[in-house]
Ligand binder design. Structure first.
Ligand code: HEC
Length: 155
């Protein structure tokens, strides 16, 4: 059963489109076999079916769904963008197992491993990034553009 393996087929905003494509693709491929039994080989049917299945996967893929859902309320930076910056510039130190040499535990107990932790600590992150206090000694090379993105987040 398709739905058990591909959660996007029912949890996605466009679930009805995706399911329709699967159903229609199935009908085309079935028609191909029906015609084969009457000695009539028409490869266009399964080819069209495969194209529809590919389209269903494309619509359901995380990249296109996040593009559809991205920041519909405003044009400011979204959590995805902010989290990517935090992962690049902060998580070397602020992880339960820091990779930055010399750190054996997250400094000040601050951990940013998942987006929820980043959201919860938004005010604190914006404060230490705006003041230049973090990243410590700018050891991870945070750019001014990235500081601006953090500052504009959630406005
Ligand atoms: C090179 C390692 C390193 C990096 C990278 C780093 N930090 Fe820190 N961070 C520290 C250390 C060390 C402390 C503890 C400093 C102190 O106690 O004065 C700290 C403390 C903090 C604190 C607590 C400050 C307080 O006063 O309680 C916050 C919040 C913080 N960091 C956020 C960030 C953010 C956000 C980033 C990324 C933009 C970041 N850090 C990147 C090493 C780092």
């Amino acid at each position: 059963m398709i739905s058990n393996h591909h959660s996007f087929a029912y949890s996605h905003d466009l679930a009805w489109v995706i399911m329709s494509l699967f159903i229609f693709a199935g009908a085309l491929i079935r028609q191909f076999f029906v015609l084969i039994h009457s000695g009539n080989i028409k490869p266009a049917y399964p080819v069209a079916g495969v194209v529809l299945i590919a389209l269903a996967f494309w619509i359901g893929s995380p990249a296109s769904s996040s593009a559809l859902n991205r920041d519909s309320a405003d044009d400011g930076p979204g959590l995805e963008e902010v989290h990517a910056i935090v992962v690049t510039r902060c998580v070397a130190c602020h992880a339960s197992q820091p990779t930055q040499p010399g750190f054996s535990a997250p400094p000040a107990g601050v951990v940013y491993e998942n987006p929820e932790q980043v959201v919860r600590q938004r005010a604190r992150i914006q404060q230490v990034v705006a003041s230049g206090y973090m990243p410590l000694g700018n050891m991870t090379g945070m750019t001014d553009e990235e500081r601006a993105v953090i500052a504009a987040w959630g406005e």
